[in-house]
Write a protein that binds this ligand. Structure first.
Ligand code: ASP
Length: 652
C-alpha cells in the first residue's frame, strides 16, 4: 500500500497554486518505497477498509468501504469523495432497487461526511483521468451512510478559492482541510519525527518536558503572566526552557532535547507568534563546533527528500563580517550585492558631504552595486530609497549610474563618476548598466542602511522578473563571535545581554569583562537560513562566580531572581552548551509558506488573538476574586469591556 506520508519523504512536490485535483494527484502517485521504511497502516482500527487516495487498478474487484467528504457531484451520477489521502470517484447507482443510496448521495450537501461501500471497478475506456492517481478506477457503490450533513460553508474547501487570513483563522478547522495546510502540517510532523530519531536513537538524547508555569526572569522578551491564588503572586510563562535545560545538565542528564513550547508577549509578525515551538537542545562537555556539527547532522537527517540535500558543513561568518558585508546579523547569502568599503578612494574628494563624513572619527563611505539597476529601477524607486534613508537613518544616499549622462542632472554624482569612476568600477566589479548606491556615515549605521537597501533592491529586481534568489536554494550560514553585550537602546551607557545572560564570554576576551565589557565577544552562535535567523545558542557560563559578576555588576540585574541557578552552578555544574532551532520558522522556509501561521495548526492573529475562540477573553469580576485581581479599565478603551458582552471577532 502506498500512502502520501511516505511520499512526503520520497519526492512530494510542494502543492502551491495548482488545482486541488492535480495536487491530490501529486500526493499519492505510485511510488517505490525503500525496503527499510515502515509503511504506516492508515486504515487500522477505523470504519474504512481503505483510504480514498490509495486505490489503483491493482485493487480491481475488491470490496471496499471508504469514509470521506463530498468534494464534487456531477449530474447526480458521479461523486468525488475526499479524505486526507486523496480523491476517488464514486458511481451513484441509478437503478430503482438502490433508490435509498441514490437519495443519500444526491441530497447530501457538499462537504458532508459519508461512508460508502462497494466494488472497485475500471473506468470505461477513454474515461480514465491521468491527472488523478485513482483515475483508472471508480467505486460501484452498494451501500451509503450519511455520517454527518454539512451546512453552507463560509468558504469552499479549495485552495485556489481566495479568502482573507482572518476568515481562514476564524474557521481554522475548515482551512485545515485544504491541501496546502495538510501538506505543511504533515511535513512538519515527519521532520520532527526524523529529528527525534536522530537525537534520541542515534545520539542518545533524552526527551524531557520542562514546566510551563514558571517565574519571572530578568532581561529578554516580555513574558506572559499567570495569576495564582496567592495574593500578589504570579507565574510567568517561560520565554524558553533555558534555565531548566541548564539545570538538567547540573542534574547529570548529559544530553537533553525537547520539542518545547515557548511564550513571548511581543505580538505577532510574519515570522513571530506569541507562542511558538523550538527544538531545544543542551549538552554537557561540548564546545561550539560540537553543537554546530550536531545541528548540521540533524538538519541533513531530517531534511525532506524532495528538496536538494543539505550540504555540510555550513559556512561560517563572524558577526563583524556579516555586519560589514551585509549590514545585518542574518545575511541572505543567496545573492551578492555586498556592501563595499570605499572610504580610501575618497580621501581627497571635493564633495562636501563626503568630506564631512570622513572628517568624523567613525566616518566611512560605503556602497552597494545593483546589477542592471539602470534597466530595472525606476526613478520613483530611487526617490523612495533616498526618502527611506533620510526618514529612517537620517542618511543621504547617492545613486550613481555608470553612464554619466544618466545621472539625472546630479552634479555630485557626475563629479564622483569623473574623479572616482574607475576605482568604483574596479572595487564594486560593476558592469555597464549597474547602479551604485553610495552612502557616508558611521560604520554601523551606514552598513545597516545599505543592508536594508540591498534587500529592498533585490525585491524590486525580482518583482521585475530578475531571478536573484533561486527558490530551490537553501543557504545555511553560522554567524559567530557576537558581542557578549549590546548598549541598551534607551540608555546606551548601560549594557544588555546580546543573547541571554547565561552566555559564556569568548575565552580570549574574558579579561576585558572587568575593564571594557562592551568589547567582549561571546560564545554565541546563530544559524541563519536564507536571511532568517532559524536558531541560536551558546556555550554557557558554568562558573557561579562569573555568572554572578555578569548578572549583578555588568547587567545590573536582581540576582535574587536567579539564586536557584547560581546555587546550582556551585554544586559541580559541568561545562555545557546548547541551541534552540525555531521550528515554525524552519518549516515556513522549508514549505515556502508566506507566514509562520501557515505551518501552525491554530496560530494567533497578527494582534495575538485566537479568532476562532476569541481568546484572550474577559473574565467576570467574581471569577477574578480568587486571584485577588481587579481590572482597571482604561477610560478611553471601548474594546475591552465590549468583548464580554459581544463575543465578536475584532479582526475578522
Ligand atoms: N534559549 C535560547 C533561546 O531561546 C537558545 C539557547 O541559548 O539555547 O534563544
Amino acid at each position: 500500500m502506498f500512502c502520501w506520508l511516505s511520499r512526503l519523504y520520497r519526492g512530494l512536490s510542494r502543492p502551491t497554486r495548482r488545482t486541488t485535483q492535480l495536487i491530490w494527484g501529486s500526493f499519492s502517485r505510485s511510488l517505490v518505497l525503500s525496503s527499510q521504511r515502515r509503511i504506516p497502516e492508515l486504515s487500522s482500527f477505523v470504519a474504512r477498509t481503505n483510504t480514498c487516495g490509495e486505490l489503483r487498478s491493482s485493487y480491481l474487484g475488491q470490496e471496499v468501504t471508504l469514509c470521506g467528504w463530498i468534494q464534487y457531484r456531477r449530474q447526480n451520477i458521479f461523486l468525488v469523495l475526499r479524505d486526507f489521502h486523496g480523491l476517488v470517484q464514486v458511481i451513484i447507482p441509478q437503478d430503482e432497487s438502490a433508490a435509498s443510496v441514490k437519495k443519500i448521495l444526491c441530497e447530501a450537501p457538499m462537504e458532508s461526511v459519508v461512508q460508502v461501500s462497494g466494488t472497485v471497478i475500471s473506468r470505461p475506456p477513454g474515461q480514465e483521468n491521468p491527472k488523478m492517481p485513482t483515475g483508472e478506477i471508480e467505486i460501484k457503490v452498494k451501500t451509503a451512510k450519511l455520517l454527518n450533513s454539512c451546512k453552507k460553508l463560509p468558504f469552499e474547501i479549495k485552495d485556489f478559492v481566495k479568502k482573507t487570513e482572518a476568515l481562514r483563522l476564524r474557521y481554522r478547522y475548515l482551512d485545515l482541510r485544504g491541501v496546502q495546510m495538510q501538506y505543511n502540517l504533515r511535513l512538519r510532523s515527519q521532520m520532527v519525527m526524523k529529528m527525534r530519531e536522530y537525537l534520541c536513537n542515534l545520539h542518545g538524547f533524552v526527551d524531557i518536558e520542562t514546566p510551563t508555569l514558571f517565574k519571572r526572569t530578568p532581561g529578554g522578551a516580555k513574558e506572559f503572566v499567570i495569576p495564582s491564588r496567592e495574593p500578589g503572586k504570579f507565574y510567568s510563562l517561560p520565554q524558553s526552557p533555558q534555565q531548566f535545560k541548564q539545570l538538567l545538565m547540573v542534574g547529570g542528564l548529559d544530553r537533553y532535547f525537547q520539542v518545547a513550547r515557548c511564550y513571548r508577549d511581543e505580538g505577532s509578525r510574519p515570522d513571530r507568534q506569541p507562542e511558538f515551538t523550538q527544538i531545544d537542545i543542551e549538552m554537557s562537555f561540548v564546545e561550539q563546533t560540537g553543537i554546530q556539527s550536531l545541528i548540521e547532522g540533524l538538519l541533513q537527517y531530517s531534511w525532506p527528500s524532495d528538496k536538494d540535500p543539505v550540504v555540510v558543513p555550513f559556512p561560517c561568518m563572524t558577526f563583524a563580517e556579516a555586519l560589514a558585508s551585509y549590514g545585518t546579523d542574518k545575511p541572505d547569502t543567496r545573492f551578492g550585492m555586498k556592501i563595499v568599503e570605499i572610504s580610501d578612494m575618497f580621501r581627497n574628494t571635493k564633495v562636501g558631504f563626503l568630506q564631512d563624513a570622513l572628517s568624523k572619527p567613525q566616518g566611512t563611505i560605503k556602497a552597494i552595486c545593483i546589477p542592471e539597476g539602470e534597466k530595472y529601477l525606476k526613478r520613483k524607486d530611487i526617490e523612495s530609497i533616498r526618502k527611506f534613508a533620510a526618514d529612517h537613518f537620517n542618511q543621504e544616499v547617492l545613486p550613481i549610474f555608470l553612464k554619466t549622462n544618466n545621472n539625472w542632472n546630479s552634479p555630485v554624482a557626475k563629479i564622483i563618476m569623473e574623479e572616482q569612476g574607475l576605482g568604483l568600477i574596479r572595487l564594486l566589479e560593476t558592469q555597464e548598466e549597474d547602479v551604485v548606491l553610495l552612502t557616508a556615515g558611521e560604520h554601523k549605521k551606514a552598513c545597516s542602511l545599505l543592508g536594508k537597501l540591498r534587500l529592498e533592491c533585490a525585491d524590486l529586481l525580482e518583482a521585475r522578473g530578475v531571478v536573484l534568489r533561486d527558490p530551490a536554494l537553501f543557504s545555511f550560514l553560522w554567524v559567530v563571535d557576537f558581542p557578549l553585550f549590546f548598549p541598551k537602546e534607551e540608555n546606551p551607557e548601560e549594557l544588555e545581554a546580546a543573547h541571554h545572560p547565561f552566555t559564556a564570554p569568548h575565552p580570549s576576551d574574558v579579561h576585558l569583562l572587568y575593564t571594557e565589557p562592551q568589547k567582549v565577544r561571546s560564545q554565541h552562535y546563530d544559524l541563519v537560513l536564507n536571511g532568517s535567523e532559524i536558531g541560536g545558542g551558546s556555550i554557557r557560563i558554568h562558573d557561579a562566580e562569573l555568572q554572578h559578576y555578569i548578572l549583578a555588576t555588568v547587567l545590573k540585574e536582581d540576582v535574587k531572581l536567579l539564586s536557584h541557578l547560581l546555587q546550582a552552578l556551585d554544586y559541580g555544574a559541568p561545562p555545557h552548551g546548547g541551541i534552540a532551532i525555531g521550528l515554525d520558522r524552519l518549516m515556513c522556509l522549508v514549505t515556502g509558506a508566506p507566514s509562520i501561521r501557515d505551518v501552525i495548526a491554530f496560530p494567533k492573529s497578527f494582534q495575538g488573538h485566537d479568532l476562532m475562540s476569541n481568546a484572550p477573553d474577559s473574565i467576570p469580576p467574581e471569577e477574578l476574586k480568587p486571584y485577588h485581581i481587579q481590572v482597571s479599565w482604561p477610560t478611553d478603551s471601548k474594546t475591552e469591556k465590549s468583548s464580554l458582552n459581544h463575543p465578536c471577532h475584532p479582526e475578522s
